[in-house]
Design a protein around this ligand. Structure first.
Ligand SMILES: Cc1cc2nc3c(=O)[nH]c(=O)nc-3n(C[C@H](O)[C@H](O)[C@H](O)COP(=O)(O)O)c2cc1C
Length: 365
């Protein structure tokens, strides 16, 4: 049953275009970093591999991909979102990499907008596509809602995003998160496709990841701190809406979140739980470092968004740059494949090492 009013539908559409406008044009990065600068990969002066023979393929959720790179879920629901999803899907299809779309809530309540998401399947018939819904919609509307999202784009996986801080700041945000684990357990049992749980920029702890692993979630998408800052995006929207109390809360919590590298170390402790590392990834060297820290795949959102508002050619240019950079890391560490690259032992130091000593190594004892 559609419980969203016409006014709410307009609100969601406006929110979607605000998000793109702000993410593309404003300075909405965290001031804290991903902490990837505290990861050093040992250089090998004797690579013993031919650069041209290095394979960039990587396996994730039982499928072999052309590169260990994921286009993170961002948009849909508006005309501009449709163009962006189309440009991303063309490249995801050509290079055989997974692609997410933005929250499909708008299209489930207003089927007229479903085409703005479906374009990804039309232009990417073989793409590993990830459906996307929010945690609070799952709590309120249950498995049927999740199933509609998957069916809409003939998805290969369902992503459920967790965004408690964003909901707290968002004018009229939804903060009723209790009952989430039992709803997720139901989805895992009944949906019949892979289930991935993601954050949107604050990361996961070991114990949160373990709870999700125990109920059968297939993979996590870390989305740690150091990249796109949703608290800042919602602060700007709250200011515009005159919601001064929300804007003040956002100011205080602007830098809240677990830096991506630290969060990846936490999640990597759980053997068998597959991981996409994301949040603030800017280069193929970042991708290489995250593979070495334990990720199966590495995702980027805003860099792909900025390219996709331009054209599919700009998206392809960015992806080629990332691939050649990650290949360079493989070459310079004497690795002939992404699997070998992931086995390179990096050195971690500074606050990242402190985090590891205080939290991660303790989780083993
Ligand atoms: C404009 C925009 C819209 C987004 N919308 C969604 C969304 O609907 N669902 C979701 O799970 N994540 C969404 N995200 C979050 C990203 O998938 C990602 O987790 C986050 O931006 C961190 O990655 P980045 O630092 O590479 O941008 C969005 C990101 C951007 C930039």
């Amino acid at each position: 049953m559609d419980r969203v009013t016409a006014q709410e539908r307009d609100d969601i559409a406006k929110r979607k275009s605000d998000h793109i406008k702000i993410a593309v044009h404003e300075d909405v990065e965290y001031r804290i970093t991903t902490w990837l600068e505290y990861v050093i990969m040992p250089h090998s002066p004797i690579p013993e591999v031919d650069y041209s023979a290095i394979s960039t393929e990587r396996t994730f959720l039982d499928r072999r991909f052309g590169a260990p790179i994921v286009i993170e879920g961002m948009t849909g629901g508006t005309e501009e979102g449709m163009r962006i999803n189309g440009n991303l899907a063309i490249v995801a299809e050509k290079y055989n990499i997974p692609m997410g779309i933005g929250s499909q809530r708008i299209a489930i309540s207003n089927p007229q907008t479903a085409g703005t998401f479906r374009i990804a399947r039309e232009l990417g018939p073989h793409v590993f596509l990830m459906a996307n819904i929010g945690a609070t919609q799952l709590i309120q509307r249950g498995v049927e809602f999740a199933w509609q999202a998957v069916k809409m784009i003939d998805a290969n996986a369902l992503v459920v995003h967790l965004n408690p801080l964003q909901e707290l700041i968002q004018p009229r945000g939804d903060t009723a998160f209790s009952g989430l684990l039992s709803k997720l357990r139901e989805v895992v049992r009944e949906i019949g496709t892979h289930v991935i749980v993601k954050e949107v920029g604050c990361g996961f702890t070991y114990s949160a990841a373990m709870k999700l692993w125990e109920i059968g979630v297939d993979a996590l998408d870390v989305a740690g701190a150091g990249g796109t800052n949703w608290t800042e995006i919602e602060r700007l929207r709250a200011l515009e809406a005159g919601a001064v109390d929300k804007a003040e809360l956002a100011e205080t919590y602007r830098e809240w979140g677990i830096p991506t590298a630290a969060s990846v170390l936490e999640v990597a402790e759980i053997e068998g739980l597959e991981m996409i590392a994301s949040g603030g990834v800017k280069s193929g060297l970042d991708v290489a470092k995250l593979l070495c820290l334990g990720a199966e795949m590495v995702g980027l959102a805003r860099p792909f968004l900025k390219a996709a508002v331009e054209s599919d050619a700009a998206v392809e240019r960015l992806l080629k740059k990332l691939i050649s950079e990650v290949k360079a890391a493989a070459f310079l560490t004497g690795s002939s494949s992404m699997d070998q690259l992931a086995r390179v032992k990096p050195v971690i130091f500074g606050p990242l090492k402190e985090w590891y000593v205080q939290r991660v190594s303790r989780s083993r004892s």
